[in-house]
Write a protein that binds this ligand. Structure first.
Ligand SMILES: Nc1ncnc2c1ncn2[C@@H]1O[C@H](COP(=O)(O)OP(=O)(O)OP(=O)(O)O)[C@@H](O)[C@H]1O
Length: 268
């Protein structure tokens, strides 16, 4: 268990999914905690429920229940959107819309601008959702790109990417031109720029070669060194970055301290 007080805790986390034979319990009554600056690896057999657990933490899993706290505040005190900004779930497959890499990186800022704008709810349902999502993503870039560029200018993106070892990435290229490794790093960098307190990374190094997987891991260590708590689902052998390895198997979580590293642990 971590020495510092936890930034995020989860208690009594359960997940029940529909199946042809009736509802099936994937896990029940699980508990988890993570401290600032910690990297924890979540491992376990395929289908054991790792993604279900992380999406439960992010309040993205309709089949899951539990009590979640961030910095001592229960999840009920946050809107789901606010919660997901602080407890960010990063899926395996990068989704990078827009005409340039810079636009793709600015997407969360563009969405935030629209969410805050008084006109965002016009012609939409109660929370503005239909209005924002019903008209196609390109609208975001057209209407609020300028404001998002003020919030997140190219210079800041460039500086952040360079600090994360992404100096090989041209911001003006089309996102489709990125290699798989570059796309994974850009997707990660974009989430880090929104400065969540907890990052839930779901096998984001799957499909990458060892060199690119190591670059992704270095970026996460950089973020952890600045206080972010990070949970990584991984199928690769331990890479020395995590302080703990938590295994989900047969509906139970068991924990082992990771070997104290090879000099590449969180924040080092
Ligand atoms: N919406 C759903 N409906 C039915 N079954 C589901 C649903 N979501 C998840 N499951 C089932 O829940 C179980 C856990 O899935 P989950 O994706 O969380 O496992 P995992 O450990 O992340 O697997 P992997 O390592 O293969 O990604 C699986 O048996 C999966 O088929």
């Amino acid at each position: 268990m971590q020495n510092n007080p936890p930034v995020f805790t989860a208690e009594q986390v359960s997940c029940t999914v529909p199946s042809p034979d009736g509802d099936r319990i994937v896990f029940s009554g699980l508990a988890f905690a993570i401290a600032r600056g910690e990297i924890v690896d979540l491992v376990g057999p395929s289908g054991s429920g790792k993604s279900s657990l992380l999406t439960a933490f992010a309040r993205l899993n309709p089949h899951a229940t539990g009590t979640f706290m961030l910095e001592g505040r229960t999840a009920d005190g946050f809107t789901p959107q606010r919660w997901r900004r602080e407890v960010a779930y990063l899926p395996q497959k990068p989704i990078l819309p827009g005409n340039t890499v810079a636009e793709a990186i600015r997407l969360p800022f563009t969405l935030a601008v629209r969410a805050d704008a008084p006109t965002a709810a016009a012609g939409a349902d109660g929370d503005g959702r239909q209005g924002r999502f019903g008209r196609g993503l390109s609208r975001f870039f057209r209407s609020d790109g300028a404001h998002a560029r003020e919030l997140l200018p190219n210079g800041r993106i460039r500086g952040t990417l360079d600090a994360m070892g992404c100096d090989d990435i041209d911001l003006e290229r089309h996102p489709h031109d990125l290699s798989g490794g570059q796309a994974a790093r850009i997707s990660l960098a974009r989430t880090l720029l929104t400065e969540p307190k907890v990052l839930l990374a779901d096998e984001v190094d799957a499909g990458l070669d060892d060199e690119n997987a190591d670059r992704v891991a270095s970026i996460m260590a950089y973020a952890a060194g600045r206080g972010m708590a990070i949970v990584r689902i991984r199928h690769r052998p331990p890479d020395g970055r995590a302080s703990r390895i938590v295994t989900l198997e047969g509906g139970a979580l068991t924990e082992t301290m990771a070997e104290a590293a090879d000099g590449k642990g969180a924040g080092r």
